[in-house]
Design a protein around this ligand. Structure first.
Ligand SMILES: *Cc1c(COP(=O)(O)O)cnc(C)c1O
Length: 477
């Protein structure tokens, strides 16, 4: 496809500056000497160009998107409509509290809703992503130990945790100590016990873990940690696995983040914006970032009064537009948030059971919102998980998350989410079975996939080691 510069046909459009105007209020050195060189095309050509580009993208509105751990559920369009109301979009972040009571009330109510959903005592809406929430949570834990003059340096992280967990704890200055999983994919309690000492500040757990399995011994783990004077961090990015059924408070956790841009149906991908609110137990309330949104019975206000606040982690109060979408979703769902969880878990188990005769299933137990297959059997025919993922692209399906978690060889992590119909799940199952048969009969098809996408098979190594990100006019397609 040609770039818009190559398509430029000299159509006279608007001129930004009149050549006869003297721009003498700027230093001469700042003025452009050459023509700006913008492409010149009529409106229709421009529209066609960008429509063609957008058609090359894959999105949930186009097809099935079983990207494990990423919860690519459908985001109802009414959320978009509400977030684009002029009263919200034209509000300046510096507007005085008195003049934006509605927006503050919305944020306050969202905090309250998330308190109820997570079971926590207080919530901040500031963090802009899940990993940002983790960092915020770990900063709170760090400050808590500083405030009681307890020098703790280590954070335990199960090998089945999300990859961002060790990164966030490390960025916060903690030493990371991995905890092994046992053969059931659960935290190895004996190994955990052997690691506990007075240097351990916290454990960061993803529950359900990245195998999609619920930690059965979570209560025992929280007792062990608290008896050791340590805290527990809950990675709740995948809250759609437990929402309405249990919560981190009941499991004994002290800090949790949720991803509004996963569980609470706000768009994500392509780097944001998102929101990763953090909830904390009572004793950690005073460490939250400021401002939190408070209510004195008459007025909503931005509250900077927290005694031991870690400071601000984001300008103003976070990504407001995302908060509006999530609040709309929560209100719309009400008690039915529980049904979202039910369907997310049911859909994952349905696909798992249907596919297990055709692909290896290393942990053959009931899963939560997602499950992990292994492509080992297909590897015997020379077809790896990467090829299977590419092959799926020819079937109007986004590839699942692959090669993660690291504890499963040739991992294929599938998360259907609750928004799909049984018909769509069956279509996907059929495609996966077809690919498994095809790998045995004619592996060449998968090995040379994808065939139908705008960009065909790429050299993965070259693309990773020598990415060519600059446009050169001589390069065609
Ligand atoms: C997505 C995810 C994260 C990170 O969230 P971001 O918003 O991408 O930073 C953390 N933990 C788990 C389990 C996740 O699925």
């Amino acid at each position: 496809m040609k770039t818009i510069f190559e398509k430029s046909n000299g159509t006279e459009s608007i001129t930004l500056t009149d050549k006869n105007t003297q721009v003498n209020f700027l230093d001469k050195d700042f003025l452009r000497i050459n023509e700006i060189g913008l492409p010149q095309l009529g409106e229709l050509e421009v529209m066609r160009h960008y429509k063609e580009l957008s058609d090359r993208n894959f999105c949930i509105e186009k097809g099935f998107y079983p990207l494990g751990s990423c919860t690519m559920k459908y985001n109802p369009k009414v959320n978009e409509l509400l977030a684009s109301l002029e009263g919200f979009t034209s509000l300046h972040p510096e507007t005085a509290d008195d003049n934006c009571q509605g927006a503050l009330e919305l944020m306050y109510r969202l905090q309250e809703a998330l308190k109820k959903i997570t079971g926590m005592s207080a919530v901040t809406l500031q963090p802009a992503a899940g990993a940002h929430g983790e960092l915020t949570g770990m900063m709170i834990i760090k400050k808590y130990f500083e405030s009681i003059s307890d020098k703790r340096t280590k954070v335990l992280i199960p090998d089945s945790a999300h990859g961002t967990n060790p990164a966030s704890a490390h960025m916060c200055g903690f030493d990371i100590v991995p905890v092994k999983s046992n053969d059931k994919g659960q935290v190895d309690i004996e190994h955990l016990k052997s690691l506990l000492d007075k240097d351990v500040a916290a454990i960061m757990m993803t529950n359900p873990n990245t195998l999609g399995l619920y930690e059965e011994n979570v209560l025992q783990i929280s007792k062990l940690m608290h008896d050791n004077g340590s805290l527990l961090y809950y990675d709740g990015a995948n809250f759609n696995a437990i929402m309405g059924y249990t919560n981190p408070r009941l499991m004994g956790f002290d800090v949790v983040h949720v991803n509004l841009h996963k569980t609470f149906a706000t768009p994500h991908g392509g780097g944001g914006p998102g929101a990763g609110p953090v909830g904390v137990a009572d004793r950690l309330k005073e460490f939250l970032p400021v401002p939190v949104i408070s209510f004195d019975g008459k007025k909503y206000f931005r509250d900077y009064s927290l005694k031991n606040s870690i400071g601000s982690v984001r300008s103003f109060y976070g990504n407001f537009g995302v908060l509006v979408r999530a609040y709309a979703y929560i209100l719309m769902m009400g008690d039915n948030l529980k049904c979202a969880t039910e369907n997310a878990v049911l859909n994952a188990n349905y696909i798992k059971e249907k596919l297990k005769p055709y692909y290896d299933l290393p942990y053959d137990v009931p899963c939560m919102h997602e499950f992990v297959l292994s492509g080992e059997r297909q590897k015997e025919h020379g077809v790896s998980t990467l090829h299977i993922a590419k092959r799926l692209m020819d079937e109007n399906t986004h590839p699942p998350t692959v090669y993660f978690p690291l504890i499963v060889h040739e991992a294929i992590m599938i998360e259907p989410t609750e928004s799909e119909t049984k018909q769509k799940l069956d279509e996907f199952i059929e495609v996966m079975i077809k690919i498994a048969e095809e790998v045995k009969q004619n592996p060449a098809v998968a090995l040379s996939s994808p065939h139908k996408t705008p960009v065909k098979k790429v050299d993965e190594t070259l693309a990773a080691r020598h990415p060519d990100l600059t446009y050169k006019e001589t390069v065609g397609e």
